[in-house]
Design a protein. Structure first.
Ligand SMILES: [Zn+2]
Length: 117
């Protein structure tokens, strides 16, 4: 039997919290005025904006480590559903899909590209 996202969420509420945090990311990203001002300022000076949001950077630095801790073979407490690599793949794909699209113009992580595991 294939593992579903619902089974994963039911098995550990922390996974659901992680999903909610990623869903809030889109709203925060578009409402962060200081961040937008900083980008405009840097661009006006002919520099490359350092703070431009990158989808993969956000994923790998902030969220993927949490997925690894909660689901898959590296989970500390063994769980019949969560400790499988199949559950890890299902959760990884589901959560990565929720990450807002990258805003960097020359970045290989624009949506539609193959997900690098
Ligand atoms: Zn990117």
């Amino acid at each position: 039997m294939a593992v579903t996202w619902m089974e994963i969420v039911v098995a550990d509420p922390e996974v659901g919290k992680l999903e909610q945090a990623i869903k809030r990311l889109q709203a925060r990203k578009t409402s962060d005025q200081d961040w937008k001002k900083e980008i405009a300022h840097v661009e006006a000076n002919g520099e490359q904006p350092r703070l431009t949001y990158c989808g993969n950077q956000t994923w790998y630095e902030n969220y993927k480590p949490l997925v690894v801790r909660l689901i898959g073979r590296e989970r500390k407490q063994h769980h019949s559903v969560l400790s499988s690599s199949e559950a890890y793949e299902v959760a990884y794909k589901h959560l990565y899909e929720l990450i807002p699209a990258c805003e960097r113009s020359s970045c290989p992580c624009i949506k539609g590209f193959v997900i690098p595991y």
